[in-house]
Design a protein around this ligand. Structure first.
Ligand SMILES: Cc1cc2nc3c(=O)[nH]c(=O)nc-3n(C[C@H](O)[C@H](O)[C@H](O)COP(=O)(O)OP(=O)(O)OC[C@H]3O[C@@H](n4cnc5c(N)ncnc54)[C@H](O)[C@@H]3O)c2cc1C
Length: 362
């Protein structure tokens, strides 16, 4: 069928069904034969997962089956394992030819491959939190801080301790945001131990945990909230091996094409774009590349492609259901205003709408 004068028929393979991959697959499905490859049958809104741990029903809107928002694309539920000049190979032994390829494997993702299992995991996390009087959180980045905030607000009677090996919380943003976050957590009686790690050998569930500084922390349970590695190890033996930098990120040009490869693009956290790794930026990458691929499919010359400029550092970290801390280009704010923007719905309705779905479940 011709849409905007374009015959569908060009094959676009998107590898990775997170925010970046899901967004671009959705945008391109009217314009090309789109194949999305992801080991999970669903897209997860990652920044909503800490709320789902204290309120499992919240996950019903944040775990979205790929088939729900991609009725006109082909979804392959497998890991991509290699790329040649013409094909993507998958762990289940299939090969998919492409005219254009988009790499969006920001991070490896969760172990639960079915939506049902992921929902069940949130119920297990909730049961663990509920049955513990004291909880140790290992890691004081955004995941550890947001989890501590959720528990401190929903279960104020529980004793929560964060152990973080850095000298300040939330090192990905500025020191003022770290200080405001620390003050907020302390005001909620969360104990924060900085500059220490937890001895991995003491990490069996419940009991006494030992820190690198020799401190002993007794807790009924723990959650490990250290950052996930970049999802690029599968590219080491591929034609893109030379395009990975020292951090495992794919080097891209101003059109978000992988350097040295005219028909391969990369978007989201896997790219070396010098900016914070944020979902709203991954969505912007997806829009730029969707536009570029639509132009290329129509035969537009490369010099007319859209370009992407790195964004200044903007980030919002929620602190429970009503408050938050925001780093903006003009400064740092904390309290109810950033809370109003993010913390109530965690952008879930907005993200669902961006995928063409209703903000609430039918
Ligand atoms: C606690 C927390 C709070 C955050 N809050 C915000 C926020 O408020 N606002 C914001 O904008 N951002 C936020 N972020 C950042 C945001 O989540 C990421 O920037 C965003 O998820 C990046 O999207 P992505 O699609 O590039 O990668 P990911 O979301 O990591 O998705 C990668 C996908 O690739 C798949 N994959 C991996 N390897 C393979 C393979 N070999 N084959 C096939 N598929 C593969 C995975 O299964 C996954 O589906 C937050 C992050 C955290 C951890």
């Amino acid at each position: 069928m011709a849409i905007d004068g374009v015959e569908k028929g060009k094959k676009v393979v998107v590898v990775g069904g997170g925010i970046a991959g899901g967004t671009i697959a959705k945008a391109l499905q009217p314009h090309a034969d789109v194949i999305l490859i992801d080991p999970k049958e669903y897209l997860e809104i990652p920044w909503a997962r800490l709320r789902s741990m204290v309120e499992p029903s919240f996950a019903e809107r944040t775990l979205i089956k790929h088939s729900e928002y991609l009725p006109d694309a082909t979804v392959i539920t497998s890991h991509a394992t290699n790329i040649t000049a013409h094909e993507v190979l998958t762990a289940d032994g299939q090969a998919f030819s492409y005219d254009y390829l988009v790499i969006a494997t920001g991070h490896p993702g969760s172990n639960e491959l079915s939506r049902k299992d992921r929902l069940q995991q949130f119920h297990k996390d909730y049961a663990k939190i509920k049955s513990s009087n004291s909880i140790l959180i290992v890691g004081g980045g955004p995941t550890g801080v947001e989890l501590a905030g959720e528990i401190a607000v929903d279960f104020p009677e529980k004793r929560v301790t964060i152990v973080h090996k850095g000298q300040r919380l939330l090192e990905f943003i500025g020191p003022k945001a770290s200080k405001k976050t620390l003050n907020w957590l302390v005001s909620k009686k969360v104990e924060v131990i900085l500059g220490q790690s937890v001895d991995w050998e003491s990490l069996s569930e419940g009991g006494v945990y030992v820190t690198s500084g020799g401190e002993k922390i007794s807790a009924d349970s723990h959650f490990v909230c250290v950052g996930q590695p970049v999802g690029s190890s599968w590219l080491h033996g591929s034609i893109l091996a030379q395009s990975l930098d020292k951090k495992g990120l794919l080097t891209v040009d101003e059109n978000l094409r992988v350097k040295g490869h005219d028909n391969i693009f990369a978007i989201g956290d896997i790219t070396d774009v010098p900016e914070l790794k944020q979902g709203f930026l991954a969505q912007k990458h997806a829009s730029v590349v969707a536009k570029n691929l639509t132009l290329l499919i129509k035969g537009t010359p490369v010099k007319k492609l859209a370009t992407y400029t790195a964004s200044p550092p903007i980030a919002l970290v929620s602190l429970g259901r009503k408050e938050g801390v925001a780093q903006l280009p003009f400064g740092t704010i904390s309290g109810c205003l950033p809370g109003k923007i993010k913390s109530k719905d965690l952008f879930v309705g907005k993200t669902r709408k961006g995928l063409g779905l209703s903000s609430q479940l039918a």
